[in-house]
Write a protein that binds this ligand. Structure first.
Ligand code: PHE
Length: 338
């Protein structure tokens, strides 16, 4: 019987040498200490042993069990403490380069519209919107452009059916706002407009405008100039110059076209400004009394100014973009630069 116990001890010593992982140690535990393990096998022989030897055999098995338990638990402890930091190291290797998460951005035209809104918000302007599908009344008649007016061709228009059209200018929103509100009025109106132009580097059948309208008592052309100057200096930079040229719009009188010193060449002359040093960015003027008549405002009491600018155009000037089509192609190589 004692031979049995010695054999078990020797075998265990050999097997311990083969343990290299936590799994090996666990398996050894099952082999020796499990329900059908070697120790339990020895226990089962106890009743068959002559009674005078039984007690001492039992004691020896018990001390063997304690000894084996200690050895195996020690092994388990050793390998589990080794395994944990090893696994941690594999998961959190702080020396590996990180992955760049993909971050979405606003479209450059949306950014420009947001920038414009911010500048005018500081000057007390609210933001207003109007429909893109319009009637002739809002796109033309109320803006002092009757059916036979020669300037209708300047605002060439997509017709959906008789008297239903895609607006060719955001000036429609002037009328919609003044119909609903009494002065004082101070709004900007960003949005899409449509004109049947052939698409090329400078033209598109759809583009964006921001309209501005201010109506109150005693508003003068000097106020218009002051507001536009403030906008241009804030948006393009303090060094950019502004100039006004006399022009004509049916809904403003007097009217002006507003140029800025070319932001690409700094006014020295380049292909963008046709070597003039100036580029046109918007149309503006004092609201024509006929427009006030259409919305039942007292033209004796109120005066106001309006302006309209092309969003694509000012974005192209600010960032030196030479082809309007880039805005609509959704090419990530272009869009991710803004
Ligand atoms: N609606 C004009 C255009 O599209 C711009 C403009 C707006 C001019 C307001 C004067 C006043 O060209």
């Amino acid at each position: 019987m004692m031979k049995h116990i010695e054999e078990v001890k020797n075998n265990l010593q050999d097997e311990i040498k083969l343990v290299t992982t936590l799994k090996d140690a666990d398996q050894l535990k099952i082999k020796y200490l499990g329900r059908k393990g070697i120790i339990n096998d020895l226990m089962r022989i106890i009743p068959t042993i002559p009674s005078d030897q039984r007690a001492s055999f039992g004691q020896q098995i018990n001390s063997l069990k304690v000894e084996i338990t200690n050895i195996i638990e020690e092994l388990i402890k050793k390998f589990s403490s080794e395994t944990v930091p090893k696994a941690k190291k594999e998961i959190f290797d702080v020396t590996l380069p990180g992955k760049h998460p993909f971050v979405g951005k606003r479209h450059p035209l949306t950014q420009t519209i947001d920038d414009i809104k911010e500048v005018f918000a500081r000057l007390g302007f609210d933001v207003a919107y109007g429909p893109e599908v319009e009637s002739e009344y809002y796109n033309f008649e109320a803006l002092n452009i009757p059916a036979d007016h020669p300037s209708r061709t300047d605002f060439d228009t997509f017709y959906i059916k008789n008297d239903v059209l895609l607006r060719s200018q955001t000036s429609t929103v002037q009328i919609r706002i003044m119909e609903k509100q009494k002065p004082p009025i101070r709004i900007i109106a960003p949005g899409r407009v449509y004109r049947p132009d052939t698409v090329d580097a400078r033209h598109s059948f759809m583009f964006h405008q921001v309209e501005g309208l201010l109506v109150d008592e005693g508003v003068s052309f000097a106020d218009l100039k002051g507001v536009l100057n403030q906008f241009i200096k804030t948006y393009f930079g303090q060094n950019v110059q502004m100039r006004l040229r006399p022009s004509f719009f049916p809904f403003t009188e007097p009217s002006a076209e507003v140029d800025i010193s070319c932001s690409i060449c700094g006014g020295n002359g380049c292909s963008v400004c046709s070597y003039s040093g100036w580029v046109e960015i918007l149309g503006a003027g004092m609201v024509d009394p006929n427009v006030f008549k259409a919305v039942h405002y007292d033209a004796e009491k109120y005066t106001g100014f309006a302006f309209g600018m092309g969003v694509e155009r000012i974005t192209m000037l600010k960032y030196g973009i030479n082809d309007i089509r880039l805005f609509y192609e959704n090419d990530m190589r272009f869009l991710s630069q803004f």
